[in-house]
Design a protein around this ligand. Structure first.
Ligand code: ZN
Ligand code: FE
Ligand code: FE
Ligand code: ZN
Length: 264
């Protein structure tokens, strides 16, 4: 099996279980490596109900760094950090100061709208769907251009509830963004949490992943586990998707550097 590079912890207030139990499940599923990537804290109140406070970060770091022993799976230290307006003021210095293996960059908000939050789902019925995707990918483009992130998280997250543009519109919207991801040498994750959501599809779709493959954008795998039993969730399907579009390799991370490995 392949590493799981997208795992949350109870510190984010919407996940459950001991961090050791997440590793235990990874061990049972024979994952060679996992990376905790809990929602990064910030000092500016941004989305504070879904993340640890700044004061909890040292505890997070301490536990993650203490979880590795001589046996697999190795445990890497990461965060899922949101791109939002003015996030760089803080992230630029803060990320550089942490001994991180991996930083996932995600967009979860359009202005004040948590477009992937089930409680705010009804907003989708009152917006222009295609235009909303356009705005989302403008934010992803800015995320990429900061050069602060290693992996683009759940790249087509706006599809979560099934609201999506035509393939033709989506292609036109996403290709310039993928060009920038390729230039930035960022990776894209195959995030299996979409299989637990109404859309019932891995992020990104086969079409988007095919466009990423054409641009030689590296990939990694993540379950976005918020429960221990979700670690490695339906990774067989993610592996098949990767191979179906042509991938033969994925990347591991260490100290924020990519290391290519052949898919099993
Ligand atoms: Zn979360
Ligand atoms: Fe996320
Ligand atoms: Fe996540
Ligand atoms: Zn996520």
């Amino acid at each position: 099996m392949v590493p799981d590079y997208h795992i949350h912890t109870i510190l984010c207030k919407h996940a459950q279980g001991e961090m050791g139990d997440y590793r235990k499940v990874a061990c049972e599923k024979s994952l060679p490596e996992i990376c905790f990537t809990d929602h990064a804290p910030n000092p500016d109140e941004y989305d504070s109900e879904h993340r640890m406070g700044m004061a909890q970060f040292p505890e997070y770091k301490k536990i993650v760094l203490s979880l590795s022993d001589d046996n697999p799976p190795a445990v890497l230290f990461g965060v899922e950090a949101d791109y939002y307006e003015n996030c760089t003021c803080f992230l630029e210095d803060w990320l550089a100061e942490q001994p991180l293996d991996l930083v996932i960059g995600s967009v979860h908000f359009i202005k004040k709208w948590g477009f992937d939050n089930p409680n705010e789902r009804s907003v989708w019925d009152s917006v222009d769907v295609t235009n909303t995707w356009r705005i989302y990918f403008q934010l992803v483009e800015r995320l990429v251009d900061t050069r602060l992130f290693d992996v683009a998280g759940h790249l087509d997250l706006p599809k979560k509830f099934g609201y999506r543009p035509s393939d033709k519109d989506l292609k036109e919207i996403v290709q310039p963004v993928l060009d920038r991801i390729a230039t930035a040498k960022m990776a894209v994750e195959l995030n299996t949490s979409g299989l637990r959501k109404p859309v019932n599809e891995i992020y990104p779709s086969a079409m988007l992943l095919g466009l990423a493959y054409e641009r030689e954008i590296p990939i990694c795998f993540g379950s976005d586990a918020h429960l221990p039993e979700e670690v490695g969730y339906r990774f067989e399907e993610a592996l098949n998707l990767a191979k179906d579009v042509g991938y033969t390799h994925a990347v591991r991370f260490s100290g924020r550097h990519q290391i290519s490995y052949p898919l099993p």
